[in-house]
Design a protein around this ligand. Structure first.
Ligand code: NAD
Ligand code: LMR
Length: 327
């Protein structure tokens, strides 16, 4: 017997990231090949025609498990009874624009969408915010959805995590899939802190395999931090397929579990590591049974403390920047 369909809302459906993401979800990359999915697609009124075109292409793929597609410009229709929501729809950064400029441009969107989620989504909905600034947008969404568990409203740090894995793998001459226990702390921004102190490859410490602390500090960290800007510079557009891939990885692992492996997720702080409660902060986490647990009790050295405090300060400033909006 076929399983009942799950409902997945995706916002920004006419945009670049969704042009990759929607096809991956419809193909079963999120919930599995045996799980029917209903896509509930949100975009602005002026983008409805373009979403219609994307849906024609989804139909033309004849995905066996795509049970239905809803197209709407009303968040309450898009989020009705959803099991999962991937909030992509927001203005992206263009050449020369700083991420902070996006804060004011995009904050209001997440207030409205948080309120809609609060009203109509399933009470255990899993939400991933991709639209930038992702951590603070997730914070706004959670504050605007007081009846939903704040821990279920997460932000995407997985692109930074995957970027760091690839750079480390290249440097150390190993496979990225063999790197375990990498942690990306803080904000999805150039201040993020990719921490390799606990990482191993087949039991060997990654820092030893890399063998070049100066490269780690002076090349790896800025390369990962500024990768989004480098892609905008090169492509004239922000990352899209890799962002969609990271969104699939984040949600897939949350839904299906990580078998004890660490992944990096932006989650509402419970106060651990001294991050004020509610701030959406990148942390190492382990997923199991449709839930996640933050890896706790990791020690900080002087370098880590400086990096950690820098990215936390940026998030506290962003929070202060939206406090008027949240009332
Ligand atoms: P895009 O401009 O191609 O598409 C954005 C889409 O969102 C458009 O179709 C637009 O009409 C829609 N939109 C705007 N306001 C909306 C609203 N209120 N409700 C619903 N839809 C709305 O942009 P993109 O390249 O797909 O990027 C989307 C966002 O993702 C940007 O903010 C970008 O910076 C961010 N991003 C985040 C990461 C990450 O790792 N967290 C990575 C890449 C991009
Ligand atoms: C990225 O990291 O590629 C995105 O967040 C886009 C950006 O503005 O950096």
């Amino acid at each position: 017997m076929t399983k009942p369909a799950v409902r997945v809302a995706v916002t920004g459906a006419a945009g670049q990231i969704c042009y990759s993401l929607l096809f991956r979800i419809a193909n079963g990359d999120l919930y599995g090949k045996d799980q029917p999915v209903i896509l509930q697609l949100l975009d602005l009124p002026q983008a409805q025609g373009a979403v219609g075109g994307v849906v024609m292409e989804l139909e033309d793929c004849a995905f066996p498990n795509l049970a239905d597609v809803v197209i709407t410009s009303d968040p309450k229709v898009a989020f009705k009874d959803i099991d999962a929501g991937i909030l992509v729809g927001a203005r992206p950064r263009s050449k020369g624009m700083e991420r902070a400029d996006l804060l004011s441009a995009n904050a209001e969107i997440f207030k409205v969408q948080g309120a809609a989620l609060n009203e109509v989504a399933k009470r255990d909905v899993k939400v991933l915010v991709v639209g930038n600034p992702a951590n603070t947008n997730a914070y706004i969404t959670a504050k605007s959805a007081p009846d939903l568990p704040a821990r279920n409203i997460t932000a995407m740090l997985r692109l930074d995590h995957n970027r760091a894995l690839s750079q480390f793998a290249k440097k150390a001459g190993v496979l990225s899939q063999d790197i375990e226990k990498l942690a990306v702390w803080g904000n999805h921004s150039p201040t993020m802190y990719a921490d390799y102190r606990f990482a191993t490859v087949k039991g060997k410490p990654l820092p030893e395999l890399v063998g070049d602390e100066a490269w780690y500090r002076d090349t790896l960290i800025p390369t990962v931090g500024k990768r989004g800007a480098a892609i905008i510079e090169a492509r004239g557009l922000s990352s899209a397929a890799s962002a969609a891939n990271a969104a699939i990885d984040h949600m897939h692992d949350w839904i299906h579990g990580t078998n004890g492996a660490w992944v990096s997720m932006g989650v509402a702080s419970d106060g651990s590591y001294g991050v004020p409660e509610g701030i959406v902060f990148g942390v190492p986490a382990v997923c199991a049974n449709g839930d996640y647990e933050v890896v706790k009790g990791l020690p900080m050295d002087d370098f880590s403390k400086t990096k950690f405090d820098g990215t936390l300060k940026e998030l506290l400033d962003e929070r202060d920047g939206v406090s008027a909006l949240l009332g």
